[in-house]
Design a protein around this ligand. Structure first.
Ligand SMILES: Nc1nc2c(ncn2[C@@H]2O[C@H](COP(=O)(O)OP(=O)(O)OP(=O)(O)O)[C@@H](O)[C@H]2O)c(=O)[nH]1
Ligand SMILES: [Mg+2]
Length: 205
């Protein structure tokens, strides 16, 4: 059972269960920030300076001060509860790296899709790829501006045409506690998802 406390390092003799999770979302939505906020180790990041070549290609309208972008992946680790260690893999946001997403999704139990409510359309490629990977996922929408308060989870669900059971929640990727709540929701949701699937399969056997 997952508790609300993620700060307990493993203490028992048994090896903790390792769980791979993917952090997806459009360019500049906060994936690297999300992993950096919660990782208990110094996150591995593959940031590169953005050059003039990105002008007109990458949409910087929502993040005009952004200077770097992820060119391979982010990796961070977080101990959740006493017996579960989350390995977080953040995908690169630029569309030209999409091929890498399939590799990063391989073996992932579930995913967080970060969504910027100022740019809903930009979220569809990430949502499509995660759905294709047949992973349970949660949607975490940013709280960058007061404007975001206008978007109820129900409105976000409608905008993104999400199924009713997909959890939708607000997240400030800079805040460890906020990110931690998203991860707890994700692991619980994934647990329910796989348990229901297991019961269905057992019923068919
Ligand atoms: N206000 C606010 N700023 C955020 C939030 N998340 C990220 N930022 C800022 O947005 C900028 C972009 O964040 P990144 O974490 O680099 O975004 P990314 O999704 O990893 O970007 P790519 O890898 O280039 O796709 C940074 O300057 C962050 O500080 C948030 O929840 N609130
Ligand atoms: Mg990044």
């Amino acid at each position: 059972m997952v508790s609300n406390d993620c700060d307990n390092a493993p203490t028992g003799q048994a090896e903790p269960t390792a769980v791979k999770l993917a952090v997806a979302g459009s360019f500049g939505v906060g994936k690297t920030t999300f992993i950096g906020s919660v990782s208990e180790i110094r996150p591995l990041s593959t940031e590169a300076e953005m050059t003039r070549a990105s002008i007109g290609v990458d949409d910087l309208s929502a993040t005009p001060h952004k200077r770097t972008t992820t060119v391979a992946f982010d990796y961070g680790r977080r101990t959740l509860d006493t017996d579960t260690v989350l390995h977080l893999f953040g995908v690169p946001g630029q569309q030209r790296f999409e091929e890498l997403w399939h590799r990063l999704f391989r073996g992932a139990l579930s995913a967080v899709v970060l969504v910027d409510t100022r740019r809903f359309d930009a979220s569809f490629p990430a949502l499509d790829r995660v759905e294709e990977a047949k992973m349970p996922f949660v949607v975490a929408h940013n709280v960058w501006t007061g404007e975001d308060a206008r978007h109820s989870p129900e409105k976000i669900r409608q905008h993104l045409t999400l199924r009713e059971q997909v959890p939708v929640m607000a997240c400030d990727a800079r805040q460890r506690d906020s990110v931690r709540q998203v991860l707890i929701t994700l692991v619980r949701y994934a647990g329910r998802h796989y348990a229901a699937r297991g019961r269905q399969e057992a019923g068919r056997a």
